[in-house]
Design a protein around this ligand. Sequence first.
Ligand code: PEP
Length: 231
Amino acid sequence: MKKKLIVGNWKLNPATLAEAKSIVLKLNKVRGATSTVVICPPYVYLGLLKSKFALGVQDLFWEEKGAFTGQISAPMLKQFKVKYAIIGHSELRELGESDHEINLKMVAALGGKITPILCVGFGLTADMNEEDILFHLQTQLENGLRGIDPDKVVVAYEPLWAIGSGHPADPEHTERVAMFIKIKYKVSKVLYGGSTNAENAQSFLKKTRIDGLLVGGASLDAEAFSKIISI
Ligand code: PEP
């Protein structure tokens, strides 16, 4: 089986560096992780964590330097050995991030030799028609991937209603969406994200067309995340 990619998105957590170090210390003890593992902590912890796993970020800015208050560039992140960047997470889209800005960030990440993980997702309720979902995903994918080699990026399918809700999507539905993204957009890696945990991760990871998981809440629980990366 192809090696899966498991990405932990810590979001605005944990509150202290001591807690962040403690999670990493526990994860470092995992022997023989079967997946490629990426941890995406808040920026301020990046240089201070000694992780045996790859580091990622939850966002970046498209300019390299200049008068852009509060922003962080790909070349800056590269110095902290950042290998992946989550781009276009729904929580940032909700704050007003546009498809155009997302595309600029995708280009900037690739230019800085950081692999972007483009998040796409639609639907406020679980019962939404699959054709409608695909229709909306197309806009996000076409805009996000404009001018980009799809083979160099990862896409994460995250239905909005599944994020942080405790209710993951159906793995069969997810696999069909992953197939659609791969066939139509020639993307080689598609992850699933939304309420995955140590109990349900396997049902997604056993699907051959789902290449891994983007894990939010459970990535802060060292025990749960250790189980997920060992599946
Ligand atoms: C996410 O925010 O990308 C996510 C998947 O969160 P959770 O696993 O907590 O649903």
